[in-house]
Design a protein around this ligand. Structure first.
Ligand SMILES: [Zn+2]
Ligand SMILES: [Zn+2]
Length: 305
């Protein structure tokens, strides 16, 4: 009886924590909606005629892309890992009864011999997730927040309450890009008013909101552009944030150099082959997130062991 009650308490507590994780998402959405409302009011008060139409059209287009990308990056869920990576109950039992680590490694090696795996652990063993009871595909990592293994995991982001991964990296990159463009646009079109009001110190009503919007755009733009530049670097190198901190270990018998297959191909790996869809948050990423093309060492580059 008491055990049941404590289990219920734990499950309620976990559910409560899961709800709390949506607070940063609500905050970010609130800021975006606030910025939209204030900007529209400000533009309708300060401009008229064709100028107003141009300002509003550009703003609505940029912010529509921001909202669309943000929604896609939040809602995308990591693709289910194929059944062949999951240990069957008899093999899992065998693993649980193994006498030592060497025997565990042998069982996993035998199990994964036909799987498309090029990476391994530092000690040469097969990458395995004890929580999900499955062999991890290349570039896949277990996320403790999402409580599952995530294909081509980049990082877990609290602002989207989701992992940035194979399923939504394109959307995440587009979201950062449109957010930077949106911030620059807001800074440019509110600069004169913001600067004047700040200098004279006469802030009241909507004017105060415009100045707040200006400074919010400066702060947000600065932090986002830093993140965007870093992800441009990762995109060019075909690396994830995790891999930039800890290089993947390739099987020594494969002579693999890296996932960097040249700028154009690296870009198309994430954005797909159709240039008309590159700017839209529509899923066009190549592959299934399980097996990735690699660059091999040239014969003269093969490191001597
Ligand atoms: Zn896992
Ligand atoms: Zn996660």
């Amino acid at each position: 009886m008491s055990n049941d009650t404590s289990d219920e308490d734990i499950s309620f507590f976990r559910q409560f924590i899961d709800y709390l994780k949506w607070i940063p998402v609500l905050m970010a959405t609130g800021i975006l909606i606030w910025a939209t409302v204030i900007y529209m009011i400000s533009i309708s008060q300060r401009t008229e005629g064709i100028i107003k139409i141009i300002f509003v059209t550009i703003f609505v287009t940029i912010f529509f892309m921001i909202y669309w990308s943000y929604l896609r990056v939040i809602c995308a869920r990591s693709t289910e890992i194929p059944e062949e990576f999951k240990l069957s109950p008899p093999i899992h039992k065998e693993l649980a009864e193994a006498k030592n680590m060497k025997q565990c490694h042998e069982i996993l090696k035998e199990f994964s011999k036909n799987l498309p795996i090029k990476c391994m652990n530092l000690n040469g063993s097969v990458r395995y997730c004890e929580k999900c009871k499955q062999v991890k595909p290349d570039r896949c990592h277990h996320c403790s927040s999402c409580k599952t293994c995530i294909l081509k995991m980049d990082h877990h982001c609290p602002w989207i309450n989701n992992c940035v991964s194979f399923a939504n990296y394109k959307f995440f990159f587009l979201f950062l890009t449109y957010l930077v463009i949106g911030c620059i646009y807001v800074i440019c079109t509110t600069f004169s008013e913001g600067y004047t009001l700040w200098k004279t110190g006469e802030l009241h009503g909507t004017s105060f909101q415009i100045v707040s919007l200006f400074f919010m755009a400066v702060l947000l733009g600065f932090s986002t552009i830093t993140l965007l530049v870093y992800h441009c670097y990762l995109l060019v190198k075909n690396e994830t944030t995790i891999e930039s901190m800890r290089k993947p270990v390739f099987r020594s018998d494969f002579n693999i150099k890296s996932y960097d297959i040249g700028f154009k191909q690296n870009f198309c790996e994430v954005f797909g082959n159709n240039p008309w869809l590159w700017c839209l948050p529509i899923f066009t990423t190549r592959g299934e997130g399980i097996d990735f093309p690699v660059e091999y060492f040239k014969s003269e580059e093969i490191p001597l062991v």
